[in-house]
Structures are given as C-alpha cells and as structure tokens.
Design a protein around this ligand. Sequence first.
Ligand code: CA
Ligand code: CA
Length: 231
Amino acid sequence: MAISLTKGQKISLRKSTGSSLESFCVGVNWGAIEQIIRKEKSNWFGGNKRIVEEKKVTNVDLDLSCILFDGKGDLVDYIYSPEYRADFLKKVGLPEGKLVSKDYALRHSGDDRAGDVGGDDGLDNEIISVDLKKISPEVEQIFFFLNNVGNEDFAQIPFAKIRMYEGTPSRVSEVNATFDVVSDSQYAGHKAMIMGKLYKRNGEWKFNAIGVAATDQTFAQTIARISKDYV
Ligand SMILES: [Ca+2]
Ligand SMILES: [Ca+2]
C-alpha cells in the first residue's frame, strides 16, 4: 500500500510483508530560470524595426545535504557539496564537503549547479541514497535539508520538488513524501527547508517528513538550526 506523507507525518520503514525496508532515497528535481527577452532591433539605417526574442538562462544551484547524529546528539558525520569554498567553511567552522558518509551507507549523486534547462526532465538533479543495513550503529538521527546557494527564494524558481522514496536512484518503487517548494506558499520567501529526519527507535528505522521552511541564508546556518532545535 502506498503511503503518502504530509508535513510532520512519521512512518516506519517496514514493508507490509513485515520485512524492513533496506534502501531509500531523498531526491530533488528543479529547473533553471528561463526568460524570453524581447529586444527591438533596427537595421543599419535605423529603419525596419523588428522584435527579436532571446532566451536568458539563469542557473539555479540548489544543494541537498544531510547530517548525522549519535544517541548523545553529537554530530558524527555529514554529506554536503565538496564545491563549498574552503575559506567560507573555515569561517563557519565546518570541514571540507564530501559526497559519501564514513560508513558508505549514504551517497550523494553529485552537486548540480544549474537545474534543468529546456523544461522539467522528470529526473532528480541531486539524490542522496541510503542503504539502511550499512549505517554505523552509533548513528541514531539523519536530517535531510535543502538550500539555495543563489539569491532566489523558492517561489522564484520555475519548479522544484523534493521527495523521499523507497528504492534506488535508478529504480523508484514507492514515493512516500513529496514537498513542492515552489508552488506551496509556505516556502515562498525562503531559501532553505528541512526536509525530513531518519531516526532509529527500538532498533528500527523510521522517517519523519518534517517539511519546514527555514529563514537561513546558507547551509551552515541550517546545520546550526537543526543541531539547536531538532536533535
Ligand atoms: Ca547544487
Ligand atoms: Ca531534473
């Protein structure tokens, strides 16, 4: 049976057959901003004015990241873009970015810095895949979050959806939660959102679809917010 989570809902990652789910993904699909610019052009002699249309593409760099905490609430691992500049990371006291967790259980597909051009291609631009069997025993909570590196707030992007699904990046078997951060007005005016939390309760993994917008300007602020308010 398909379960569709709404904001704040929780599910147990256990299949109807009773077996535990072993792999799931958080993926985000979005588009670059494409505008048609109309310009009036005339010929060399100033006559025969005509309208020329030009397409202007503005790349949108959304970043999907995650941070992992142990039972004491200490941050023990992370995945975020290796493209973040060293001087910025040093200033905010964070280590260099990486795409794989220490236990190899979580993998990021790589930093997409543009978004789809020419319309929605239907594929997630950034994906974090999770192999629950491989997660280090000390890890008890994993938070997934989304930030826009650029200046646009979510409502200014043509489309952007973040979802959690069972399966692998190449095989989506069941989508459990989707947040439309462009159309849903609660995300307008924001550049960050906390998507959800994977957490262990009595040895079993569960997922909480948090889905809240955050006022953060950078991913470092979102990490600080999660550490302070959500762990
Ligand atoms: Ca990105
Ligand atoms: Ca896409």
